[in-house]
Design a protein around this ligand. Structure first.
Ligand code: LLP
Length: 419
């Protein structure tokens, strides 16, 4: 459920009519709803009612905006970060260092140092090599750092291949059959406190079965580790729960997910942690855009050219992803159209042959479910600048990320004097 609804024929974000935001901030602009973020955070936590003392770390990559992170920090969420930049943001938003988990397959030396110096709660190690490097840094700092070993369970998450992470051929984690040996080797390293295991098999998962299979394998590994004399007090079950991108689609609810987790992990005797991203932020944001003009196309449907493009919302171009497209002031009439952005690539296409609200030049519309992996994946391709972001809270709204103009980007460039 979200808080983007029609009132008196005009699409609102909570109590704010979207045309008011377009007027004040311009388009394209991402609009987030605080009430939706809070609702999703609570529904996720409530879904884990059957799990003792769960630790929930928002996957910052889904939406790293500082205001969004602060909303979630106030809900008691920690952060799952995958870069020094995300770590800096999480701390700046008020998330306590001990509630930060550092994931990522290519943490650099400076990033490992940054994590140690910040005193983060857990490093999720993705390789034996990373473990030795972290141990050496920890010894130099005279500290012992809490770690989990991320395993690759070789499970097909049945999602888009570009966002599937738990197959043997994917770069993530260590192979399950080598995990116990690697865990033991790293546990023997002064500077590391090997305390747990982690798994994350992919994103936008439409069904719980692959997750259950992966968790089952993790449970067996915990037993194997303990039988081998290792200590295991923590298990990180990652993120991945999918969300509906089309009206009337249904996905497993956090409650169903939580019940499955409680069942599969009963008897593990560990503290469980979770790294949800999309399920918290996805439907809490829309990308508000204005139609530049429509253009006839031979005998086919017209091209509706909007002022948002693949540089602002990359998912359709990158994954062929579907985002519902709704007029802000629908008349009730419908039309079939291709929806495209202004960028000079055929890939800058949001939808082909889509039945949509009848819409024309100057009209406002939204791409829905754009709160996760939206603004954060933006680029300045075609020298279009970076899109602005707005957070709505009841009847008020604030710009939470300025639009970055092509001028500002140009200001960071230098032409050497010898040219
Ligand atoms: N934990 C780890 C280790 C991850 O790699 C990810 C996502 C998450 C948690 C959060 O997953 P979520 O709950 O959001 O599914 N750009 C793609 C999604 C990439 C996801 C990468 N990892 C998209 O737009 O669909």
């Amino acid at each position: 459920m979200d808080h983007f609804e029609l009132r008196d024929g005009i699409l609102h974000a909570e109590d704010v009519p979207l045309p008011a935001i377009a007027e004040a901030v311009g388009t394209p602009v991402y609009v987030y709803s605080r009430a939706t973020l809070v609702r999703h955070a609570r529904v996720f936590r409530d879904g884990l009612a059957g799990v003792a003392n769960p630790h929930i770390a928002f996957a910052v990559k889904a939406n790293p905006n500082l205001a969004v992170l602060k909303v979630l920090a106030k809900e008691g969420f920690g952060a799952d970060v995958v870069s020094g930049g995300e770590l800096t943001r999480a701390l700046a938003a008020g998330i306590r260092p001990q509630d930060v988990v550092f994931s990522g397959v290519g943490k650099t030396h400076p990033e490992l140092v940054q994590g140690i110096e910040a005193g983060i709660g857990q490093f999720n190690l993705e390789s034996e090599e990373e473990g030795y490097e972290l141990a050496a840094i920890a010894r130099r700092h005279g500290v012992t750092v809490p770690c989990a070993l991320r395993v690759n369970p070789d499970v097909d998450a049945r999602t888009h291949e570009k966002i599937s992470t738990g197959k043997r051929e994917n770069k993530f984690g260590v192979p399950l059959d080598r995990a116990a040996a690697i865990y033991a080797a790293l546990a023997a390293e002064p500077g590391l406190e090997m305390r747990g295991v982690a798994v994350h098999i992919g994103s936008q998962l439409a069904d719980l079965e692959p997750l259950e299979t992966a968790f089952g394998k993790l449970g067996a590994l915990i037993e194997e580790l303990r039988t081998g004399g290792q200590t295991v007090t923590h298990a990180d079950l990652g993120g991945g729960l999918g969300v509906p991108y089309r009206k009337h689609e249904t996905f497993p609810s956090p409650a169903e997910y939580g019940a499955m987790v409680a069942r599969v992990t009963a008897g593990w005797d560990v503290q469980l942690s979770f790294e949800p991203g999309r399920v918290i932020a996805g439907n809490a944001g829309v990308l508000l855009t204005r139609v530049v003009r429509s253009k006839r196309s031979g005998n086919g449907p017209p091209f509706v050219i909007v002022d948002a493009a693949m540089n602002d919302l990359a998912r359709p171009a990158m994954y062929g992803a579907w985002h519902d497209f709704d007029a802000v002031a629908p008349t009730g009439e419908r039309m079939t159209a291709h929806i495209v952005g202004p960028i000079c690539e055929t890939g800058d296409t949001f939808a082909m042959d889509r039945e949509i609200d009848a819409i024309g030049a100057g009209d406002l519309a939204v791409f829905r479910t754009a709160g996760a992996y939206g603004a954060t994946m933006a680029s300045s391709y075609n020298s279009r600048g970076f899109v602005a972001e707005v957070l709505v809270d009841g009847g008020k709204f604030a710009v939470v990320a300025d639009r970055i103009s092509p001028h500002a980007i140009m200001d960071a460039e230098r032409v050497p004097e010898w040219l």
